[in-house]
Design a protein around this ligand. Structure first.
Ligand code: GDP
Ligand code: IMO
Ligand code: MG
Length: 433
């Protein structure tokens, strides 16, 4: 059996959580492969809303589905515990359905301090991170100083923790960060209690578990976090997250060989959003952007920050489809555009030097005032002016909307397999999976 992937094609928050929850009943295993609690994946059903950060979005699906936190994930024990206890309070028997990789890296309290100090030091050039210690934890992983979940089983774990913490404190001192030692000691206690809690899940060699499952013809859905334009290699560097959010990240983040990857579901909104700093060519600073934000409730699931909004960017979308080898597209939040007379879609960029490109360039420039940024060249399509949220089948979709979908399929060269018309599980139209 091959493993399928679902990942974001834009700047995150495309609706990955919702669709993983919708698709999960057809899989035996759902596995997160990268990122950490910088993610906020929202699921809605039966009038309730749940936000997941580190735990895969297959936990609510009916059936015996195992959820895996892979080696590519960075885990904050305290946030994980909060999330897990909330799920158990909601009636999810998490201990029987969740497996955690021994090779996942641990976010330490001082990683969060380093994240904050790093952002402060950059002033107006800051990344606008989620403040969850993601960058410093991946930095330690790559520089071979990290602590892994499996290390918690070692007798010298505490000493290793203290050595890592002291190295962080020396760095923080160099950054002139003020450390509240009493608060840090309290946080550490909570952190070690949460480590004991993590160990109640039993720790797993998840790469063996997943490969054996595939050998036994079990089906696996890999769940991405963030989005392609936030990928550390292919996103708008340095305004990116610190992991590989693209399809290749599922191979390294779970131990699945490239030949074992099956379908690649690339998910995108019918428009674009971005949180934090960094270039965003189709960003709208006018009333239209505010309207999209209000109707789409475009505020961060984790930080509550306003999301920047803009028209769909096909230059970036085609690039994302290429990098990921997306085989199926999933279009989200179509209903948010219901009221517009016309809808714009960027098909190419006019670069600051006057050249026109439809291939995503090395740099799109900068949104900052005075600096040049790629200027989108738009096509304008008729709006559908119909409430899509009531539609449950393709036949109920208005013609103007179907034309919008067909236009995107033609521009991108990949079929749209699923259309989402509202946040609820039920508000989903499956075309051809
Ligand atoms: P994720 O990080 O990719 O899982 O996405 P988020 O959960 O951060 O953001 C997506 C937001 O849009 C959530 O608030 C969802 O409840 C909501 N949502 C998902 N699909 C739709 C849709 O088709 N229409 C509308 N109006 N909202 C949606
Ligand atoms: P999901 O999985 C949207 C953004 C941050 C910031 C940059 C780096 O819900 O789609 P980090 O804390 O990762 O070092 O921040 O990445 N970012 C996200 N934006 N959705 C996310 O996750 C994000 N995770 C990180 O806003 O610009
Ligand atoms: Mg999100």
């Amino acid at each position: 059996m091959k493993a399928d992937l679902l990942l974001g094609l834009q700047w995150g928050d495309e609706g990955k959580g919702k669709i993983v929850d919708v698709l999960a009943p057809s899989y035996n295993i759902v596995a997160r492969f990268q990122g950490g609690p910088n993610a906020g994946h929202t699921l809605e059903f039966d009038g309730h809303k749940h936000v997941l950060r580190s735990i895969p979005s297959g936990v609510f699906a009916k059936g015996a589905i195992t959820n895996v936190i892979g080696n590519g994930v960075v885990l904050d024990p305290v946030l994980f515990r909060g999330e897990a206890e909330q799920l158990e309070a909601d009636g999810v028997d998490l201990h029987s359905i969740l497996k955690i990789s021994k090779k996942a890296h641990l976010i330490m309290p001082t990683h969060r301090l380093l994240d904050a100090a790093g952002e402060r030091a950059m002033g107006s050039g800051k990344i606008g991170t989620t403040g969850k210690g993601i960058g410093p934890t991946y930095t330690d992983k790559i520089s071979r100083h990290g602590l892994r979940v499996g290390d918690t089983l070692r007798d010298d774990f505490k000493a290793r923790y203290e050595a890592a913490r002291d190295a962080h404190l020396r760095r923080l001192e160099g950054m002139r960060a003020e450390i509240d030692n009493e608060k840090l000691a309290e946080t550490e206690k909570e952190w070690f209690d949460a480590i004991d809690y993590i160990r109640t899940f039993g720790l797993t060699d998840t790469e063996h578990y997943i490969n054996k499952a595939l050998n036994d013809e079990k089906s696996v859905l890999c769940e991405g976090a963030q989005g392609t334009m936030l990928d550390v290699d292919f996103g708008s560097y340095p305004f990116v997250t610190s992991s590989n959010t693209v399809a290749a990240g599922a191979c390294t983040g779970l131990g699945i060989a490239p030949g074992r990857i099956g379908k690649v579901y690339g998910i995108f909104k019918a428009y674009c959003t971005r949180v934090g700093s960094g270039p965003f060519p189709t960003e709208l600073f006018d009333e239209t952007g505010a309207t999209i934000r209000n109707i789409g409730h475009e505020y961060g699931a984790v930080t509550g920050r306003e999301r920047r909004c803009g028209w769909l960017d096909l230059v970036a979308l085609r690039y994302a489809v290429m990098i990921n080898g997306a085989t199926h597209l999933i279009m989200m939040k179509s209903d948010v555009l219901d009221g517009f007379d016309t809808i714009k879609v960027a098909t190419a960029y006019r670069m600051p030097d006057g050249t026109v490109t439809s291939d995503f360039p090395y740099s799109v420039g900068d949104n900052a005032e005075g600096a040049g940024i790629a200027e989108p060249i738009y096509d304008e399509l008729p709006g559908w002016k119909t409430d899509l949220s009531k539609a449950r089948s393709e036949a109920e979709l208005p013609e103007a909307f179907r034309n919008y979908v067909a236009y995107i399929e033609k521009q991108v060269g990949v079929p749209v397999a699923v259309i989402s018309v509202g946040p609820d599980r039920e508000e989903t139209i499956i075309r051809n999976l």
